[in-house]
Design a protein around this ligand. Structure first.
Ligand code: AMP
Length: 280
């Protein structure tokens, strides 16, 4: 694995790789890597000649200063995981490599996707995600981009970003969510959970599996009410629990023939967790 701190050096390396006819796959991350990230990298390495990973804790996507300050940093273990997962090139930029002095934030027209669910509860978050991903893509210019279903809405936002920036030629592969044995979705933020909170956090997965088991048996309104009650009684402050059209995330009142996804964002202690599950 080769480590790059400078964008220009990585771009030159990748230009060379491409002239040799090799394919480039890319897994952007914020570090504190876990098995979910590993799954993305393994698939990337299986499908592409050169697997590139970036670790950049993007300040522009944090709408909460404490969340940014407390974001875990485990770079030594991350390097080991990356080596074991087949990563070829690691991009570890400093902030000014992504946002050079005088950087003027762009404004992306993300439409209604930015006003619902995560967009509603984390104002500015997706604009921040797009600033970093846009810049990272201009450095790496991959054939294939690997994203986790864990961040369902973010996957849709990044697809929109590709369309907005004329990068429709990049293939997006969405990798299923890796979970702990308990069902808790792997997340870098889980590192901050106390053992008690970790036990309680399984309620998110249990709620999603409850919704999936009962989707054809109860009304959506009843399901959401019961799910909300269970999350609250498990100690969560709930930002949202939603059942939405899996294609565009619009709210659904009835299933009819739609493919639907359940999405939850909830906070325990001061740790905000998100998860989702396709229901049918
Ligand atoms: P992050 O480091 O949280 O920004 O995540 C980097 C990438 O890993 C994103 O595409 C995430 O959706 C993906 N990811 C995060 N958690 C998981 C998980 N449990 N399973 C699969 N992919 C994940």
């Amino acid at each position: 694995m080769i480590l790059f701190k400078k964008a220009i050096a990585l771009s030159h390396k990748l230009d060379k790789v491409r002239t040799e006819g090799k394919t480039v796959g890319f897994v952007p991350t914020m570090g504190a890597l876990h098995k979910g990230h590993e799954a993305l990298l393994r698939i990337c390495k299986k499908e592409c000649d050169v697997a590139v990973c970036s670790i950049f804790v993007n300040p522009m996507q944090f709408n909460n200063a404490a969340d940014f300050t407390l974001y875990p940093n485990t770079i030594e273990q991350d390097m080991e995981r990356l080596l074991a997962s087949g990563c070829d090139l690691l991009f570890l930029p400093r902030k000014d490599e992504i946002y050079p002095e005088g950087y003027a934030a762009k404004k992306y027209d993300l439409g209604y996707l930015e006003t619902i669910l995560e967009g509603k509860y984390r104002p500015g978050h997706f604009q921040g995600v797009c600033q970093a991903v846009d810049r990272l893509l201009s450095v790496v210019n991959p054939q294939t981009l690997y994203l986790g279903q864990k961040d369902y809405q973010q996957c849709m936002i990044i697809k929109k970003l590709l369309a907005l920036t004329g990068r429709e030629n990049i293939t997006v592969k969405i990798v299923p969510t890796e979970r702990e044995e308990s069902g808790l979705a792997m997340s870098s933020r889980n590192l901050r959970l106390t053992p008690e909170q970790r036990d309680k956090a399984v309620a998110i997965y249990k709620t999603l599996t409850f919704l999936k088991a009962h989707i054809s048996k109860k009304s959506i309104a009843d399901l959401l009410k019961e799910g909300m009650g269970f999350l609250k009684s498990s100690g969560f402050d709930v930002d949202y629990i939603a059942i939405a059209d899996a294609g565009d995330l619009s709210a659904v009142k009835e299933i009819k023939n739609k493919k639907v996804v359940a999405l939850i964002a909830a906070t325990i202690g001061n740790i905000r967790l998100i998860d989702n599950m396709l229901l049918n």
